[in-house]
Structure formats: C-alpha cells, structure tokens
Write a protein that binds this ligand. Structure first.
Ligand SMILES: NC(=O)c1ccc[n+]([C@@H]2O[C@H](COP(=O)([O-])OP(=O)(O)OC[C@H]3O[C@@H](n4cnc5c(N)ncnc54)[C@H](OP(=O)(O)O)[C@@H]3O)[C@@H](O)[C@H]2O)c1
Length: 428
C-alpha cells in the first residue's frame, strides 16, 4: 500500500530548492523504491518576493505555521543558524513530527537536547546532510557500524580549506593569493572565517565524535586551529619529507574512556588515503577494530549533493512514520569526557629560523631533551641569515611540545619558531 506523506520546508535556498526539485522530479522513483508517496505541502522563506519555481500557495514567511500545519507530517529545516531554527525544530519534535535538517551548527550545539525530544516523541531527528554533504556518513556510522569498536575517525570535512591547501600544494601559491582566487571562483565565502579558522569543521567533528563514540560533544569543546598559519614553505618542506598538509578533523577514543576531538592542519604521509583527497572533495576515514579501515568520499557541500542526503533522510523519516517505527536512537549517550589537547599525543613538524654558528644543534637538543621530546629526523638548510632547521619529533604530549617551544624561543641561537604542524598517520 502506498502511503502519502506531506513535507513542510523551513527554508528553500541553495539546499532547500534542490531538495524540493528532487522530491518533485523523482517522486515516481521514490514511490517505486520505498512505497512512500512524498509531496511538498508548505515552504517557509524569508523573502516571498524572490523568483522561485514553486507554486505560490506553498509559500509563507510564517515558519511556525508550517510546523503547525496539520497537513505537514515531516518537517525539513534548511534555514540554518540557531535562531529561529532551534525553536522551530524543537516545536516540531514536541508535536510528534519527525525532523530532517542539514544544520551542523544546530546539531553540534543543541543536538543532544533535540535527540532527547525526538526520543520522547518517538519520532526521527535525522541530519545526514550536516556532515560531508552528500556522502552517506551519519547512517553508516550510526547503523552499519553499530557493532564496530571505532577507535578513530579522521576526516577532511571542509571543502574550502581542502581546496586552498590543495592549490597551495599543487601550484605553490601563498595562502592569501589562493584564498582571494577561491573567493572569486565561489569556493570560499566573502567572509571566510567559518571555514579557514576551523569553526565549520569543528561543528562537524563534534557531530562525528558524538556518533562514532556514542557520546555527546559540543562544538565549543573541540580544539580548533585554522589554516591561516600554513605557509607555502612548509607545504614544500612537507612534500620533501613525504607528507601532504591537510585540514583535518580528528576524533579519537583515548585510554578506554575519554575522547579527543580536534580540528587543525596536519601533515599526513603522502601514501595515506586522505592525502589524495583533492580540492573541495571531502572524505572521512574510519578506523575500527573489526572492520579495519574504511573511507567515505564525495562532495561535501553544494545544493545537489547536500539535497540528496536530505531527501534520503526524508524518505527514511516518512517510511518510519507510516510504519510507526523509528530509526537509530542516537540518544542514549555514554558521556565520555573530552580530553584536553594538552594531554593528546602527536608527532610534530617544526621549522626553526636559527643563527648560523657552531653549537646550535647542541642547544636545540637540550631544549628537546629537557622536556622528554625525542627527534625523529632533522634537516639543516641554508646559511647565514637564511639558516633553518626543520625537524620531526617522535610522538609526544602536546604539553611537552609547548614547554619545548617556550624553551626554544628563549634560546639565543633560535631567531624564530617559524612553524609547528602536527604529524598524523605514522608511528602507531
Ligand atoms: N549550501 C551547502 O552546500 C550546504 C552544505 C551542507 C549543509 N548546509 C546547511 O544547510 C542549511 C541551509 O543552507 P543553504 O546553503 O541552503 O542556505 P541559504 O541558501 O541561505 O538558504 C536559507 C533559506 O532559509 C530561508 N530563511 C532564512 N531565515 C528564515 C526565517 N527566519 N524564516 C523563514 N525562512 C528563512 C531563506 O529564505 P530566502 O530564500 O527568502 O532568503 C532561504 O530560503 C544550513 O544549515 C547549512 O549549514 C548547506
């Protein structure tokens, strides 16, 4: 028996307009595959005067009326931001309507509370599109890998920063020049801060960690370092050392009870699967004890890819609704504390500008030795004013590295600590 389910949209911009189009164009196929006849009932927007390919009687500026409309059985939130999206989503869930959203900010800051509301009302709160755009990721982690003991999730989850670092790597340009070009080409926003300073990736990392480890991580608990400090020199040096600099989100289960969730540029061995994820593509690499390594790859943003993930969720929510069922609960977290970055171990790449005279290496070795940090490899470059030392350490705690950096900065022979970049994917 084919069941009719009507959908109400809150927002119909880049993602929403594509999701509405797909629901209309693919309705026959969706009905054949799933047995659910999906239709759009209402669409809330801010500016009803905009030119849109929608029947005018669907449109309203009153988003609350869409949530309250008895004809609307599934609410799809694609307006973005916390306010008013958060209250609208909460109201929908409270009234027993499943909600689908792509809003990573909302999920990473109020997800726990909204999942609790969904659980209470026994309906779905689904957000496949919030991380990795069109890449199926949330459902595979929450459902297909439910039995897996996930140890680490490492991802390139921000297309803008991957695009910038890839072009810096392949063309040798500076951060500022490539950013300006990315803005001109539409790969970066006029205000690039959410991307280049890591906030967008931090929200996605919080969601990934919460799902992978069955806990709750708030976006504000994610250690976040952007890519503005990555120079062409370090990218070139990375290449010579066999590494690629990538914008990473890292979620790790540490010592059986805590999690580490962080976003920062990192050097990866050039043979690592994530090292070959280029330009604006996204990928998430999952390491588990039974299935081993898996990688999910695809377009992390854009109207089409993101809308595909949204429509997948709508189909799920609608099918569950007509069957009186619910998808994965995701709402009974174990609450693992987030470990402070100072207690996290990494290898580190350092580039030091040094004075060109005897005894420099001994002084440096002392600073590392005093803090229990051992050096894995070291290259001495240039002469006179251009003398540089580039080195990679063995694994050490962030706090020990910070102490080492303070001591290095105090040495007469060190003019500047020019770069510090974490190195992942080796020595484990
Ligand atoms: N774009 C992507 O590639 C992408 C990828 C992954 C996730 N997302 C997420 O998807 C969500 C939507 O992104 P988007 O790029 O589609 O945004 P967008 O193009 O700016 O669209 C936002 C929509 O919401 C409507 N809206 C905003 N405030 C409203 C209000 N107070 N009342 C009623 N309608 C309101 C806007 O109305 P008007 O049309 O009248 O302006 C517009 O239709 C965000 O959470 C974003 O983070 C986007």
């Amino acid at each position: 028996v084919v069941q009719q389910v009507k959908v109400g949209f809150l927002g119909c911009g880049t993602v929403g307009s594509e999701a509405v189009r797909i629901l209309r164009d693919r309705s026959d196929a969706i009905r054949r595959y799933t047995g659910v006849d999906l239709g759009v009932a209402r669409v809330a927007v801010r500016d009803p005067g905009k030119d849109r390919d929608l029947p005018s009687d669907w449109l309203t500026t009153d988003a609350e009326s869409v949530v309250a409309d008895p004809e609307v059985a599934v609410v799809v939130e694609l307006m973005g931001g916390l306010d008013p999206a958060g209250e609208l989503v909460a109201a929908a869930l409270r009234s027993g309507k499943p909600v689908v959203t792509a809003n990573k900010e909302l999920v990473s800051k109020r997800g726990g509370e909204l999942l609790d509301l969904a659980e209470k009302a026994n309906v779905d709160f689904l957000f496949e599109a919030a991380v990795g755009g069109g890449i199926p990721l949330i459902r595979p982690i929450a459902e297909s890998l439910a039995g897996e003991d996930i140890r680490r999730v490492m991802g390139i989850v921000n297309g803008t920063t991957n695009y910038i670092l890839t072009r810096m790597t392949e063309e040798g340009g500076s951060f500022d020049d490539i950013l300006a070009d990315a803005q001109r080409l539409g790969y970066a926003e006029a205000d690039p801060s959410a991307d280049v300073d890591g906030h967008d990736a931090a929200q996605k990392a919080a969601i990934l960690a919460s799902l992978a480890f069955g806990t709750r991580v708030h976006a504000d608990d994610v250690f976040t370092e952007g890519i503005r400090g990555v120079s062409g020199e370090d990218i070139e040096m990375a290449r010579r050392l066999g590494y690629v600099v990538k914008p990473l989100a890292v979620c790790e289960f540490v010592d059986g009870d805590e999690v580490s969730v962080r976003v920062h540029p990192a050097m990866l061995p050039d043979t690592h699967p994530l090292a070959n994820v280029r330009l604006s593509m996204n990928a998430v690499f999952v390491e588990g004890t039974s299935a081993g390594e898996q990688m999910f790859y695809g377009a992390g943003a854009g109207g089409g890819p993101t809308a595909i993930a949204v429509v997948g969720d709508i189909v799920d929510a609608a099918r569950n609704l007509v069957q009186g069922a619910r998808g994965p609960h995701m709402s009974r977290p174990a609450l693992h504390p987030v470990r402070d970055i100072t207690r996290i171990d990494n290898e580190f790449y350092l580039r030091l500008e040094v004075v060109d005279r005897p005894g420099v290496l001994a002084a440096l070795a002392g600073a590392f030795g005093d803090n229990g940090v051992s050096i894995k490899s070291l290259i001495q470059e240039g002469h006179g004013d251009d003398a540089e030392i580039v080195l990679v350490t063995h694994t050490c705690a962030e706090s020990d590295m910070r102490e080492t950096l303070v001591e290095l900065a105090s040495l007469d022979s060190v003019e500047e600590v020019a770069a510090v970049i974490r190195v992942l994917g080796e020595d484990e």
